[in-house]
Design a protein around this ligand. Sequence first.
Ligand code: TYM
Length: 341
Amino acid sequence: MTDAAFTPRVFSGIQPSGGLTLGNYLGALKRFVEMQDAGTFECVYCMVDLHAITVWQDPEELRKNTREAAAAFIAAGIDPARSILFNQSQAPEHAQLAWIFNTVARMGWMGRMTQWKDKAGKNSENASLGLFAYPALMAADILAYHATHVPVGEDQKQHLELTRDIAAKFNHDYDVDFFPITEPVIEGPATRVMSLRDGTKKMSKSDPSDMSRINLTDDADTISKKFKKARTDPEPLPETYAELKDRPEARNLVDIFAALSGVSTDAVMAEHGGAGWGQFKPRLAEVAVEKMAPMTDEMNRLMADPGEIDRILGEGAGRAREIAAPILAKTYDIVGLIASK
Ligand code: TYM
């Protein structure tokens, strides 16, 4: 089956396992909005709550974080009338298809996932079975919609390769051309936003230091303070981006500046090359506050009415299931499961 046989459709997801960060915004949300606004794709976006519980979540916190993530999607520019926005557990097809994929994926494939190795660490005997099977559920998220494109940050690349492997093995084993071989979309200057305390580590909601990240709920003063205190080297900014090769903290701040202001990294260097940190950091903080403050305000406004968020998620789940249910039914049929008539 050629690519043209599949509706151009985007799927992507975010775990509601804590507050979202600037990394989630630049690496994912902002690009989700761009793909929605391009108008060439049907877009399906999801709070992956079933993924979140592969490590312990406090139930009330999980519900709050799921609503907060939904508010962040909308505040960032996702229009629930144009895109489908919902939480994963409301569309049971994800878990059902994931079971089929658990029988397709091999233990060896899962064991090689770096995220599994990082999260399970030396204590893998004690990690949940769900954490090990996590990438099969992720493949189900994507393939339940026959999604052709998946925008993500750099850290999800290996999981998307595994999704392609699962689709290819299913198609091969059952001698069908049923699942698309999905394209990862990992583009732009901020596919890997780094910690503000250590330029070799990814910015993450699970980092113990709050100073390492910008949260989407941070107020203007906190954002400014975090950028001003961000770790850097003593050298001023060079004239060209290439000269930042071995300066991870400096490069990270330039990448963030470019992504937030929607210009290329070369344009940032042309304007700020030669500047010291005393000049560049306040300018970066200004750009960040300008961009993020309205979003935080809008998130707070939306969070004041959780009933409305739940209504949007419920409606989105209904629309999601209209796409996923027939794909799951066809999958069951291919596999040889008898369906009720
Ligand atoms: P998660 O929840 O860790 O992150 C959500 C999205 O944000 C991106 N991201 C970043 N991008 C740039 N710099 C960073 N520091 C940074 N931190 C996070 C991630 O790459 C991701 O795009 N397994 C996925 C969730 C998932 C999913 C899916 C994604 C489940 N099913 C299906 C796509 C399609 C995850 O844990 O993302």
